[in-house]
Design a protein around this ligand. Structure first.
Ligand SMILES: Cc1cc2nc3c(=O)[nH]c(=O)nc-3n(C[C@H](O)[C@H](O)[C@H](O)COP(=O)(O)O)c2cc1C
Length: 216
């Protein structure tokens, strides 16, 4: 126990809403989009931020936040560096998990599935839509590699800014692009009083989404 921080006393009661199977319907993608839209409308500060868990070839999980950029009919898309730690882990093990937490709505969504790289044209379109500085940043940063100091990074940034001075002509680095997770499991969690939270799961079995309730 850490007495200085008194973490035992930090406690939130959840009273805002309840969750029923009827409310979610039978398609988890529709329910997911509904909840995401409510999170955006509710002014959550980063409604599209999701934790992405990957697992190394040695079975060591690792987790970080990435931003959701598109929901397709059967997959969930984000962008990153293919040579990063997550990129290396995904090339060895395509199983991954995502978690959203929207505190203002007292909601969590957990998603599990298989990840593959997006097609190059999708990555090109998104890369072009990014601000110039972010595009240069993708060139300047060999994400997850060791760097000697901050100055090194700034110099790399300046080097690529000089190399690609025309914002209309920056190519996408081959090591940077989209990923798409195809889910086979969703859990919708709504905080409730006394820790008796509502949990509803969707499991893809025999070509159907099987819907269940879980104990909190
Ligand atoms: C709010 C937020 C949004 C982020 N969005 C992304 C993203 O969309 N893509 C990405 O590669 N990293 C993103 N990051 C940085 C990652 O969390 C992480 O530091 C980086 O991807 C390196 O992870 P890795 O070494 O495990 O590969 C974001 C971080 C935060 C806090």
């Amino acid at each position: 126990m850490d007495n200085d921080l008194n973490l035992f006393k930090i406690r939130q009661e959840y009273k805002l809403k309840e969750l029923t199977k009827e409310e979610l319907g039978d398609d988890p993608f529709i329910a997911f989009k509904l909840w995401l839209n409510e999170a955006i409308q509710s002014k959550e500060s980063e409604p599209t931020a999701m934790s992405l868990a990957t697992v190394s070839s040695h079975g060591q999980p690792s987790c970080r936040i990435v931003l959701l950029k598109e929901i397709k009919p059967d997959c969930i898309c984000f962008f990153s560096n293919y040579n990063s730690k997550k990129g290396k882990e995904l090339s060895e093990n395509s199983k991954a998990a995502l978690t959203f937490f929207w505190p203002l709505l007292e909601r969590q969504i957990r998603i599990e599935g298989i990840i593959r790289k997006s097609d190059a044209d999708i990555s090109d379109i998104y890369f072009k839509s990014r601000p110039y500085e972010s595009q240069i940043g993708a060139w300047a940063s060999r994400q997850s590699e060791l760097i000697p100091n901050r100055d090194y990074l700034v110099k790399q940034y300046q080097k690529y800014k000089k190399m690609y001075s025309n914002p209309d002509l920056i190519p996408r680095p081959s090591y940077w692009g989209g990923y798409q997770l195809k889910p086979h499991f969703f859990e919708f969690w709504q905080g409730r009083q006394g820790r008796l939270h509502d949990r509803i799961t969707f499991d893809f079995k025999n070509s159907n989404w099987v819907i269940d309730l879980l104990a909190p």
